[in-house]
Ligand binder design. Structure first.
Ligand code: PAF
Length: 468
């Protein structure tokens, strides 16, 4: 059986009840549901979209499994529920059994649910008015249907929502909303470590507790872009590690390593607010002790574009990302799309050297005018800051041309270059139109190709990109 449902926020319960009465809904049935959600040992339900819970309604107990949401706007998923023996002891025994099997308790969702059975346009539906602890009031319209009736049942639900005045769709599950709330409100005591021994023992302790580990490597000077990576790690992993290390080996000889911003106290504050568990802040000699000799190169991807402007840069990035990953041993490493060539190189490195980590790439975070957030933006004075928007505008102008049918890489490159040339004080380093896989210029541009720009304004070098 499929469960087809839609959740709505911003509910006016009085209005909803009167509309339900007008549609002839049955008398409301009220009960308190306490849902104990678990995550599996062999896969992460946060990623697969599945859910498993022990539901308690008074003394009644149920196990419910929900499959991943099927594509589409309505929530359509496989649901299977079985009744367990009644009582507190049975609930505790079943929860304990799950823990013994490696399942982890992730959150408890408590709600007062008023259900209204309704026969609407020939379909039996249920409308629920839920007061969810910590979250507020929501309405859910739901129907159970076989796969071949799912389309029609979904259409009925959408019409019913219109008749009930439900307009504000809430796409998240209660579990997801509760977890997000917990992440926002739990102030964690982020532990700061500087040595590899301290890092290893903290990591071993997390592993002993069977926590999944998310890792966000940074060079500090943290901003909302980093914060979005940390938040993604926080919502998908049990234990979040952030490294703050200005990596000397990724600075080209002409670049000023000593000028790189190091607002360490602000960085620690951001980590604490964002719920980081462990901050690793090693000194350069911890990562590169005397006699250090090993470097990693991802040939064929490292020498063009950023690599050409910053010789040796990606060798330093690949080396430090691998070393940090070896030390942290995370399940997932989080990188920002803004450094698209770096992302591609790390993905290749992970694949080629069979590094047991999943690379999670998060979208670029932008200012309202489109400027990509970067630690280097702080160097721009106000006039330069105004001009800096030309980078994003040049990218979107070329993307627009692609949408209109232009597939010649040289033409798209010229659109970007002309845009930058028209901004006094902006100096183009490179405008690239490349394949997302090889980073080579394709003969004809296709979806998935990358537009990338590096532009210097004053003394500040800005990079940005768009995936077509
Ligand atoms: O993107 C960065 O900040 C750095 O290149 C990284 C990945 C932290 C490696 O030093």
């Amino acid at each position: 059986m499929l469960e087809i449902e839609q959740k709505y926020a911003n509910i006016d319960p009085v209005d909803l009840r009167s509309r339900l009465a007008r549609l002839g809904a049955g008398p409301e049935v009220v009960h308190v549901e306490v849902d104990h959600y678990f995550n599996a040992a062999d896969r992460d339900f946060a990623r697969t979209g599945e859910a498993f819970r022990l539901r308690r309604i008074g003394s009644k107990n149920y196990f419910t499994y929900k499959g991943a949401k099927q594509p589409g706007t309505l929530k359509v998923r496989l649901e299977s529920e079985i009744a367990l023996p009644d009582g507190d002891e049975a609930a505790a025994q079943h929860a304990e059994m799950l823990r013994m099997l490696g399942f982890r308790a992730v959150a408890v969702v408590r709600k007062r649910r008023a259900s209204f059975p309704l026969s609407y346009q020939g379909t039996e539906v249920t409308v629920c008015l839920d007061e969810v602890e910590g979250l507020g009031t929501f309405a859910e319209v739901e129907v159970l249907a076989e796969q071949d009736q799912a389309g029609e049942a979904g259409a009925v639900l959408t019409r019913l929502a219109g008749d009930l005045g439900l307009t504000h769709v809430e796409p998240g599950s209660y579990l997801g909303l509760v977890l997000a709330l917990q992440a926002r409100t739990t102030r964690r005591e982020s532990v700061l470590v500087t040595t590899t021994d301290e890092l290893r023992s903290a990591r071993a302790e997390a592993r002993r507790k069977r926590l999944s580990i998310g890792f966000v490597p940074t060079m500090g000077a943290l901003h909302r872009g980093h914060r979005s990576l940390i938040e993604a790690a926080r919502s998908e992993c049990d234990f979040v590690v952030v490294s703050i290390f200005v990596n000397p080996t990724q600075f080209a000889p002409h670049e000023d390593l000593s000028r790189y911003p190091r607002p360490f106290d602000d960085d620690v504050r951001l980590c604490r607010e964002a719920g980081v568990d462990l901050i690793f802040h090693p000194a350069p000699e911890v990562i590169y002790p005397g006699g250090y000799r090993t470097f990693v190169e991802v040939t064929g991807l490292q020498d063009e574009w950023e690599g050409a402007s910053r010789p040796g840069h990606f060798r330093g990035v690949a080396t430090v990302v691998l070393k940090l990953s070896n030390l942290v041993q995370p399940d997932r490493v989080y990188l920002g799309q803004k450094d698209v060539q770096q992302v591609r190189i790390v993905q290749q490195l992970v694949r080629d050297l069979a590094v047991p980590v999943e690379v999670v790439v998060r979208p670029t975070v932008r200012e309202p005018d489109g400027l990509a957030l970067s630690s280097r933006n702080r160097y721009l004075d106000s006039e330069q800051r105004t001009k800096a928007v030309c980078v994003h505008r040049a990218l979107t102008a070329a993307a627009e041309r692609f949408t209109q049918g232009e597939t010649d890489p040289a033409t798209l490159r010229r659109v970007m270059a002309d845009h930058i040339a028209a901004t006094p004080g902006a100096v183009l380093d490179y405008a690239a139109v490349v394949s997302g896989d090889t980073f080579a210029v394709p003969e004809r541009v296709q979806s998935g190709a990358i537009l990338a720009l590096a532009v210097t304004i004053g003394t500040t070098r800005l990079i940005d990109n768009l995936v077509l």
